[in-house]
Ligand binder design. Sequence first.
Ligand SMILES: [Zn+2]
Length: 163
Amino acid sequence: MTSSGSSSSHEIHGAPTCNCEKRCVIFISKTAKNPNRRFFGCTYFNEKNTPHCNYFMWEDEFIASQARMVQLKETAIINHYERDMEAMKIQMNRDLEDKINQLEKDILLAKDILERDIEAVRFQVNESRVTRMNWKQYVGMLGLLIVAFVIFFCIWKYTKLSK
Ligand SMILES: [Zn+2]
């Protein structure tokens, strides 16, 4: 690192922490290679007789890495949402399929019941037809009885007259 010539600066919000677990401060490089380039360093760096670590990070590189991190997090969040959406879509399709299957079963059941009802009505109609035929038979028998009665009445009248 060629940043020996530097001047200490203020603390920056969101600055990285050095190996001493302290928030880094900004320094300004005074080297020929990186003139006026800002970098993060240990807060004890310029304090004489205070032990310090050799943490070093260019500010622009740190910001770029932070931006990359944010982008990665965003991508991760988007991926997560997309996965959730995909899972939801699959679940919805499954639910829909279940509902359609249930509806089909219900329709088949209703069809069965309806067919049974139609069969029952058809049976009742046949029954009533049989009953009507019986009624016809009754009427016929009644007619026969009347005829027989008339014949008997005539015979009775005739025998009464002939006496
Ligand atoms: Zn340190």
